[in-house]
Design a protein around this ligand. Structure first.
Ligand code: ADP
Length: 161
């Protein structure tokens, strides 16, 4: 039977760390659903539509990857997609507390759902979308952090004019 996983996140913007995780997930799962969170609490640099478009452009050549979005409870989205595994990335220890809390919360809400974690290559271990946004504002070279088209679009939005 086909095994799928949902990889949820803000992806504001998608980084090489996210793409590394998607590639790793494809070696384990037949179907990787990258689900852009519609978190109204955060003020994103890229709209949901833009984040979806960029993710689609970058995963076009990766069979098995779908790009979608969700709002509301993640476990409800999983039920809708008939998938019972969540994929998250685990970087430096700072991710642990929050992720552990989310696993326990989701388990309470939906006992059939499991969360798995993958670790990125060491080059991306400290990489985050927020770091990338700060660097873009300061005009730094982002070529080792994000794909070229993301750097271009981000700098057009945030970079110094
Ligand atoms: P969220 O707001 O849900 O944390 P992010 O887009 O920041 O959204 O991250 C989505 C997922 O991708 C999270 O599980 C996060 O740990 C993971 N992730 C983010 N950056 C990296 C990276 N550099 N390497 C591996 N995983 C990452």
């Amino acid at each position: 039977m086909e095994k799928g996983v949902v990889y949820p996140g803000s992806f504001d913007p998608v980084t090489l760390g996210h793409l590394d995780l998607i590639k790793q997930a494809l070696t384990i799962f037949d179907r990787v659903i990258v689900a852009v969170a519609d978190n109204s609490g955060k003020k994103p640099a890229f709209s949901r539509k833009e984040r979806i478009r960029i993710l689609k452009e970058l995963t076009e050549g990766m069979p098995g990857v779908e790009v979608d979005y969700f709002s509301g409870l993640l476990v409800n989205y999983l039920r809708k997609k008939k998938v019972n595994i969540i994929l998250r990335g685990l970087r430096a220890v700072s991710d642990f507390d929050y992720e552990f809390q989310m696993v326990l919360t989701n388990r309470r809400l939906a006992p059939e759902v499991e969360t798995i974690f993958l670790m990125p290559q060491e080059d991306y271990f400290f990489l985050s979308s927020s770091l990338v946004k700060e660097l873009a504002e300061l005009g730094a070279d982002l070529s080792t952090f994000v794909p070229a088209n993301v750097e271009k679009e981000l700098k057009a939005k945030l970079g110094r004019k």
